[in-house]
Design a protein around this ligand. Structure first.
Ligand SMILES: NC(=O)c1ccc[n+]([C@@H]2O[C@H](COP(=O)([O-])OP(=O)(O)OC[C@H]3O[C@@H](n4cnc5c(N)ncnc54)[C@H](OP(=O)(O)O)[C@@H]3O)[C@@H](O)[C@H]2O)c1
Length: 268
C-alpha cells in the first residue's frame, strides 16, 4: 500500500526518526518539508534529498501560530504533519542535585505543550480541507507512556500527557464525521537515534535499540493503512497489555456521560 498523503511536514527531521521519515518519504516521491533548529542539518538533508526546509524552534510556543501560517501559505497542498520532535533528560529525585527544573520545563514544553500548540495552530487549515480529502496528524509516542522508566521520569510524564491529549482530541474530532482528520500515534520502542546522546553511559559503541530505518519502514506499513495506533516491535506488547482496552473505552464512556449529563459541557 502506498503512502496516502501528498505533502508531509516533518517536525524534528534533522536526526533520528524524523530524518529517516524525511529520507524514506522523499525516496517514495512524497513532497516533504523538513523542520528542526539546526540549519546545517537542514541544508545537508535538502542537498541529499531535495526536500524543502523550514528552520524553527517549536519550544518558542508563542511563535507557533505564525509558523503554521507561513507553512500553510507556502504549502497549501500540505496534508500530513509528523509531530516528531522530542527531547529527553536523565534525572534522579533521590539525588535532588541532579534535577534541573529548567530542563523539566523545557522537556514538558517541547514534548507536550508545543505539540498541543502545533495541533491547535494547524487544525483550522486541516479542517477546511478535510471534507474533500484525508489529512493526518502523526505523533511519535513511546511505550514509556505505559511503563515509566524512572531515570527519564519527566520524559515519561510528558509523553503520557501527549497520549492522553491525542485520545481526547481524536474523539472530539469524531463529532464532525464529514471531516476526515486522522490522529495517529506511533508507539515507539527503543530506537538508535541521537535522543540519548550525552546521557550517562550512552554513546560511543553503546546505542542500543531498533535501527531507525527499520523502525520507520515498519511504521510506514501502519501509516499507509491509516491506523490510529502504530505500535512497533517490543512496544506493541506493552501497548496491548496496558493501553489498548483503556483507549477503546474513551469514546463509549464519553457517549455515556453525554447522555447522563445532557447539556453539560456544551461549547459555542
Ligand atoms: N529513540 C528512541 O529510543 C525513542 C523512543 C521512543 C520515542 N522516541 C521519540 O521519537 C521522536 C524523535 O526522536 P529521536 O529518537 O529521533 O531523537 P533525535 O535523533 O534526538 O531527534 C530529535 C529531533 O527533534 C528535533 N527537535 C528537538 N527539539 C526541537 C525544538 N525545540 N524545535 C524543533 N525541533 C526540535 C531535533 O532537531 P534539532 O535539534 O535540529 O532542533 C531532531 O530533529 C521524539 O519525540 C522521541 O521522544 C524516541
Amino acid at each position: 500500500m502506498a503512502f496516502p498523503y501528498k505533502k508531509a511536514l516533518v517536525i524534528g527531521a534533522t536526526s533520528g526518526i524524523g530524518l529517516e521519515f524525511a529520507r524514506q518519504l522523499a525516496k517514495e516521491g512524497v513532497k516533504v518539508i523538513a523542520v528542526g533548529r539546526r540549519q546545517e542539518r537542514l541544508d545537508s538533508l535538502a542537498a541529499e534529498t531535495g526536500v524543502a526546509t523550514a528552520q524553527f524552534d517549536i519550544g518558542k510556543v508563542n511563535e507557533i501560530p505564525a509558523f503554521a501560517e507561513s507553512i500553510t501559505k507556502n504549502h497549501s497542498d500540505l496534508d500530513v504533519i509528523f509531530l516528531n520532535a522530542g527531547v529527553q533528560y536523565v534525572m534522579d529525585f533521590s539525588k535532588p542535585h541532579t534535577v534541573d527544573i529548567t530542563k523539566i520545563t523545557h522537556e514538558v514544553t517541547v514534548n507536550y505543550i508545543s505539540m498541543v500548540a502545533l495541533t491547535h495552530a494547524f487544525m483550522p487549515f486541516f479542517q477546511a480541507k478535510s471534507t474533500a480529502q484525508d489529512v493526518a496528524f502523526i505523533y511519535t509516542s513511546t511505550s514509556l507512556i505505559s511503563l515509566p522508566y524512572p531515570m527519564v521520569l519527566d520524559y515519561c510524564a510528558s509523553k503520557a500527557a501527549l497520549h492522553s491529549f491525542i485520545l481526547s482530541v481524536r474523539e472530539q474530532l469524531k463529532q464532525n464525521p464529514d471531516q476526515r482528520i486522522l490522529l495517529s500515534e506511533l508507539i515507539t520502542p527503543l530506537v538508535q537515534t541521537e535522543l540519548h546522546d550525552g546521557q550517562p553511559g550512552w554513546g560511543g559503541d553503546f546505542n542500543p535499540g531498533m535501527p531507525a530505518a527499520a523502525f520507520v519502514e515498519e511504521c510506514l506499513i501502519g501509516i499507509n493503512q491509516k491506523q490510529e495506533v502504530v505500535a512497533v516491535g517490543p512496544a506493541a506488547g506493552v501497548y496491548a497489555e496496558f493501553e489498548e482496552a483503556k483507549d477503546k473505552r474513551v469514546g463509549p464512556q464519553w457517549q455515556f456521560f453525554k447522555k447522563a449529563l445532557a447539556g453539560a459541557h456544551q461549547l459555542d
